[in-house]
Design a binder for this molecule. Sequence first.
Ligand code: NAD
Length: 472
Amino acid sequence: MSHKQASFYESVQQNFNKAASFTSHPKGLLDQIRECNAVYQMRFPVKIGDEYEVIEAYRVQHSHHRSPTKGGIRFSHLVNQDEVMALASLMTFKCAIVDVPFGGAKGGVKVSPRKYNEEQLERITRRYTVELIRKNFIGPSVDVPAPDYGTGAREMAWILDTYTTFKGNEIDAVGCVTGKPVNQNGIRGREEATGRGVYYGLRELLNSESEMNRIGLSPGMEGKTIVVQGLGNVGSFASKICQNEGGAKIIGVSEIEGTIHDPSGINVEALIEYRQKNKSILGFPGTKTLDVREDWVKIECDVLIPAALESVIHKDNASELNCKIVAEAANGPVTAEGGDILIEKGILILPDMYLNAGGVTVSYFEWLKNLSHIRFGRMDKRFTENSYSNLVKLVEDMTGKSVPDQQRRFLTKGADEIDLVRSGLEETMVNSFHQIREEFNKNDQIKDYRTAAFVVALNKVANDYITLGVFP
Ligand code: NAD
């Protein structure tokens, strides 16, 4: 018997098949939903210094049942077709879970961003975008990329500029990519969105008394101990917000350079500043460095948040976890076999396809903003403020008392774009959590949240296909 770990894509397919067995959809429909609809593998030359380098890259559109397709672009030396196909598949189910009306897609460029300077990265990004334009793999109604591991607002701005160079006459051209800088048709709150969504999702689970009783934790986030892997975009916002707004205690952090631990709690904001200055988290005051970086999984805590890469919890280390919840901020951090061991141990996995959907949710808001050509809040903010002011004045006139200035400002505030984005994100994460929990509680045979989430997503995608008339 082979002891080879299942690949990431195989893992996603195994999870899909498990969930599919809890539905009654015909085999043909399930096959259609499972498979990637279009895979574009490319090679292009980019001049780096005096030499040309041939860059390997991908864009995979997993499902065309909704348009446009949507998914981030990853820059990493580990990128390969299997990984991009797995990530694209997850995007379809992720969008379905949070009712974002897109098909799933993902892009990958096999480069290590640390190896290149800014100018070289710009050249690579622009050339990749040209390839996508040439093959009609990008556009506001076709396929809309976003940031992922190794990319951010800067890369999205390069993509936008390249796209508009070719297609600037399209009225909705700026909706060709999301996660853009706010001053270049982006949206406030996109940068923090995935991490903030992780916070809302985890908070909702921790607030659920019945679930906490089941796994032996007291309800609420206040005082819960958390260990996080990866202090990039997702990990830094997730841990900062859990600490500042949820009152959680971050007791361990793992990064490329190693893992630090302090049972009395680490101030994440100070740690991020420290890392920027020292280029490392090691030596942060009050913390101990573990001998082995990978031992972050063994630290005793309430919640483990993997927020770096896939397959970091697998069949060979899953039995060593010492936590009650694994909150999958990263995509695919727990392999299918690793997941089975965790379920056996009674550890609850809050699955990636739900928990990190905050990014695509706010990307959807950004895309809507781009198509409507107007900032959220512009039409109604003043109107709301005036109405509330009139109400406060009426109360003052009727009672003969005056409302203190600070309270007046609080009571009469109209919603800005950031308030609306956060409120829409919170609403989405809370609603979707309850849909998944309901599915989980409905069927005794379903032993984990991932399967429940998959079933919810699968049913929604299947209904879309049926509505489209593809599978009457
Ligand atoms: P990022 O590049 O901003 O950060 C990743 C961090 O992980 C980096 O700081 C890196 O140094 C660290 N890291 C890499 N290998 C590590 C290792 N072996 N041990 C410890 N740390 C390591 O990427 P990101 O955007 O935060 O994405 C992280 C994960 O979240 C990915 O799985 C991504 O697919 C997923 N995700 C991201 C978004 C988004 O909006 N950015 C949305 C959904 C899901």
